[in-house]
Each structure stands twice: as C-alpha cells, then as structure tokens.
Write a protein that binds this ligand. Structure first.
Ligand SMILES: Nc1nc2c(ncn2[C@@H]2O[C@H](COP(=O)(O)OP(=O)(O)OP(=O)(O)O)[C@@H](O)[C@H]2O)c(=O)[nH]1
Ligand SMILES: [Mg+2]
Length: 213
C-alpha cells in the first residue's frame, strides 16, 4: 500500500483537471455508496469528505498517491460526485454532461474506473447505465461491492452472485467483482492489487530521477 497521499485539486470543469500525468483511478458510484470512504480507507488517511448525507461530493477531487513522500505520484485518485439520488438528481444530471462525462470519455490518463455498488442492496438501473457508458467508451473497470461488513458469511456469496446477475457481468476473470469494507478494512488489499495490476504496473510509474553525484 503506498505510504503517502495528498489532496491536489477540486475540479468543476474540464479546464480545471490536473495536467495529465500518472495513471488515474476514478471512484464511481451512486450517492452514499461509500466512494470517499473507500478512497480514505485505501490511503489510510482522511483525505476525502465522508458524510451520511448523500450528495456530499460535488466536484471531482484529485489526490496524488506515492510510495514515499519524497517520490513522484504513482497514481492519482479521482473522487467523483455520486449519481442516482433523487433529491439531487436534477443538479447532478446538469453537471454530468459538463465535466463528469468529458472526464470519463476524454481523459487520456484515466486508467481504471472503480465502480462501487452497495453489496447490501440489489443492483440499480443507474449502476447498469454507468457500466454501459464505460463499455461504450472502452474504459477498464472493476466492480467493488461496498459495506460488506453488513453481510453475514453466507450473505457474501449470495450478494456477489445477485450483483453479478443484476449488472449482467461477463465472466469473473474478465469482469471481476470484489467485496470490501471501508469500516473493517476487509478486501482493501485485493483492491490495491487490482489497481496495481490493471492500472499502474511498475513500468507505468514515473522513474525517480537519479541522485546527483
Ligand atoms: N457500514 C459501513 N458504512 C460505510 C462504509 N463505507 C461508507 N459507509 C458509510 O456510508 C455513508 C456514505 O459514505 P461516503 O463515503 O460519504 O459515500 P460517497 O459515495 O462518497 O457519497 P457522495 O459523496 O454523497 O456521493 C457514510 O455514513 C459512511 O460512514 C462501509 O464500508 N461500511
Ligand atoms: Mg463522496
């Protein structure tokens, strides 16, 4: 797990996105699914705002993640606003075309979309719609079932198969779904391994400048 992370910037328009650099990991999912919580749990640091009120994250917030504080970023995390919450769906749908859709479609350094779905409830049509957009634009994605601490031992396998079916996922090797909990830390190692193997293999990292002799 990388040891160092810092908030970079908050973007409300494509012009505000950081200059393209290291591979980016986008956190996507319905409002309140646990995007900001998972991001914080992966970083082991309270970088993103978590709230029990849906719709807390309104901008795309970028974070730089590196192996050590004195090294360049290995990946950027992008915490996206949630979708699918009735009270704010009007404003979200107004914002979606202006900067979220361009981010998903055009961002050259977007390497992986973490698609978060609540493991405790059935797949929602809005989740299926997002997957359709990602498939359409050819984005690599990884499904992550959140709040798995609320599932019983038996409930885990049932939740995975219900979500896989509800979202019409392909073969598990091609379209995997991992369960995790930001609360207990379960599954975080697996999410990190997938991030590195899918989006940021060692060759993709920015080489460290040689020390001056
Ligand atoms: N039990 C449990 N609760 C969680 C977990 N992850 C998040 N939560 C709770 O879910 C609520 C929403 O979490 P956030 O991380 O703010 O969700 P979000 O997807 O970023 O929400 P928006 O920014 O509004 O789209 C908070 O009350 C969290 O404490 C988890 O793994 N287990
Ligand atoms: Mg959030």
């Amino acid at each position: 797990m990388p040891a160092s992370s810092r908030f970079l910037l908050s973007a409300l328009a494509p012009g505000h996105f950081p200059v393209p650099g290291p591979p980016e990991i986008a956190f996507l999912g319905r409002s309140n699914v646990g995007k900001s919580s998972l991001l914080n749990a992966l970083l082991g640091s309270r970088q993103a705002h978590v709230s029990s009120t849906p719709g807390r994250t309104r901008a795309i917030n970028f974070f730089a993640v590196s192996d050590h504080a004195d090294q360049p970023a290995r990946v950027l995390f992008a915490d996206l606003p949630g979708y699918g919450y009735a009270k704010i769906s009007k404003s979200i749908s107004a914002e979606w075309p202006s900067f979220i859709d361009p981010y998903l479609r055009d961002r050259p350094t977007l390497a992986l979309c973490l698609c978060l779905v609540d493991a405790n409830i059935p797949a929602q049509s809005s989740d299926a719609q997002i997957l359709a957009i990602l498939r359409d634009v050819g984005r690599q994605f990884l499904l992550v079932g959140t709040k798995a601490d609320r599932l019983s031992g038996n409930g885990r396998a049932k939740a995975v198969s219900a979500l896989r079916q509800g979202l019409h996922l392909g073969e598990p090797q091609a379209e995997p779904l991992l369960l995790c909990s930001a609360k207990t830390g379960a599954g975080l190692k697996e999410v990190w391994s997938s991030i590195f193997s899918l989006a940021a293999p060692p060759s993709a990292t920015v080489p460290r400048p040689a020390p001056l002799s």
